[in-house]
Design a protein around this ligand. Structure first.
Ligand code: TXA
Ligand code: MG
Length: 343
C-alpha cells in the first residue's frame, strides 16, 4: 500500500452524506455491499463513469452494474420492466442478484460498455442503501479492485487495491456474502444465468418456473436470439467469459485433498514456499508452508474466501495451493471464482 493511499472512514451519517456530495461532483466513492466492496460513481455522468474504468484499469467496453435504492427506480433505467424482473426483484431485492435488462435510450453507453442492456441491482447493505438514498440516483459500481484481481471484502483491501485512485472509502466492515452477485440476463427471449452467486440457479428457477440457460462455456445450448453477427463480442463481455479473473498475483492451483500431502512434499523438496487454502484438510504449518484453514460450510467459506486468498497473495510465496472444495450446488459460485483464480 502506498503512503498516499486513501484511508477508509467509518460510514456514519455524516460520512455517507459527504460521500453522496462527492458522487454529485463526479468523484469516486468506494462503499460496502453485502457481496463485495464497490467502486461507485454517478451512473448518469459519463465523465465520472470513465474515471471508474481508469481507476480499475478496466477496458471501457466492459459494462458496469448500476446500483439502485428500490424496485421503483427500475423505471429510470429500463423502458418496459418485464414480469420476470418484477418477480425476481420482489423475491430477492434487496440482495445479491443483478439483472441485465434492455436499457432506456437515455442511459449512457459509458455505463453499459456500449451495449443496449443495463445491469441493475439493489444491494442489501445498510451503508449502500443509505448512500443511494442520500445521493438520490443510480450508482454505477464494479467491484473495487484492479481489473482481473481479487474482489475486496474489507475496506482496507480497497486502499491496498486502489491507493489514491478513489476519493473516499466508506468502511462498513467485512462483507457478509463475500462473492459477487448472481447475474441473470433477462434481455433476451429466455433468462440466462451469466454469473453464479449466493442466490442459486434453483432458487431463481423456482420463482420464474422455467429453466435458466447458461452461457456457452458451461456446455449449454446458445440462445438462438443471440446468434447474430456480433455475438462473440457481446459474449466476451459477460462475466466469467474471460478465463483469468478474480486472480491473485501468486500462481494458484487447485488440488483434491487426497493428492495434497504428496504435492506438498514434492514442492517443499523443490525448495518452494507455498501457501495452502484448506477447508477440511488439517496440515501442520512448517517453515515452507503457510496454512489458512477456511470454514467447512459453503456460505462461511465464501465470506472469508477472498480475504484468505489475498492474505496468502501478500506473502510473496511461490505458489498457492487450494484444496478443491466439493463440486455441489452450494459451492457453485466458489468453484466458479476458483476456476478463474487458478486459470
Ligand atoms: O456483487 C456485485 O455484483 C458487485 C457489487 C459491488 O455490487 N459488483 C460487481 O461488479 O461484481 P463487476 O463490474 O465487478 O462485475 C459485474 C459484471 C461484469 O463482469 C459485467 O460483465 C457484467 O456484470 N455486466 C454488467 N452489465 C452487463 C450487461 N449489460 N450485459 C452483460 N453483462 C453485464
Ligand atoms: Mg469485478
Amino acid at each position: 500500500m502506498s503512503k498516499n493511499s486513501i484511508k477508509p472512514v467509518i460510514a456514519d451519517a455524516d460520512a455517507i452524506n459527504h460521500a453522496a456530495d462527492l458522487l454529485r461532483q463526479g468523484r469516486l466513492v468506494a462503499f460496502p455491499t453485502e457481496t463485495v466492496y464497490g467502486l461507485g460513481a454517478d451512473a448518469k455522468n459519463p465523465v465520472a463513469v470513465a474515471a471508474i474504468f481508469k481507476a480499475k484499469g478496466r477496458p471501457a467496453d466492459h459494462p458496469l452494474i448500476v446500483h439502485i435504492a428500490d424496485m421503483d427506480s427500475l423505471g429510470d433505467w429500463v423502458s418496459t420492466v418485464p414480469e420476470t424482473a418484477l418477480k425476481l426483484a420482489h423475491r430477492f431485492w434487496p440482495g445479491p442478484l443483478a439483472m441485465i435488462l434492455n436499457k432506456k435510450p437515455e442511459v449512457p453507453l459509458a455505463v453499459t460498455g456500449g451495449q443496449q442492456t443495463v445491469g441493475l441491482r439493489m444491494p442489501d447493505h445498510p451503508v449502500a442503501l443509505a448512500l443511494l438514498k442520500s445521493f438520490g440516483g443510480g450508482i454505477a459500481a464494479p467491484s473495487a479492485n484492479r481489473f482481473c484481481r481479487i474482489s475486496p471484502t474489507q475496506a482496507m483491501h480497497v486502499s491496498e487495491e486502489l491507493g489514491d485512485a478513489v476519493d473516499m472509502i466508506l468502511d462498513g466492515g467485512p462483507c457478509q456474502v463475500g462473492v459477487e452477485s448472481t447475474i441473470i440476463d433477462l434481455s433476451g427471449s429466455r433468462p440466462r444465468l451469466l454469473r453464479p452467486g449466493h442466490i442459486t440457479r434453483q432458487e431463481i428457477e423456482a420463482v420464474l418456473q422455467t429453466k435458466l440457460m447458461t452461457p456457452p462455456t458451461s456446455n449449454a445450448a446458445p440462445d438462438p436470439d443471440r446468434l447474430s453477427a456480433n455475438t462473440p463480442a457481446l459474449e466476451i463481455r459477460a462475466p466469467g467469459m474471460m478465463t483469468v479473473h478474480y486472480a491473485p498475483t501468486t500462481p494458484a492451483i487447485r488440488c483434491p485433498a487426497e493428492q495434497l500431502p504428496d504435492k506438498i512434499r514434492q514442492l517443499i523438496a523443490d525448495g518452494k514456499r507455498i501457501g495452502l487454502l484448506s477447508y477440511q484438510l488439517e496440515i501442520t504449518e512448517i517453515n515452507q508452508i503457510r496454512v489458512l484453514r477456511l470454514p467447512e460450510q459453503a456460505g462461511n467459506y465464501a465470506q472469508s474466501f477472498y480475504a484468505g486468498l489475498r492474505e496468502l497473495d501478500n506473502l510473496q510465496l511461490d505458489l498457492i495451493l487450494v484444496e478443491q472444495p466439493p463440486q455441489t450446488e452450494p459451492w457453485r459460485a466458489i468453484n466458479d471464482r476458483l476456476s478463474k483464480a487458478t486459470a
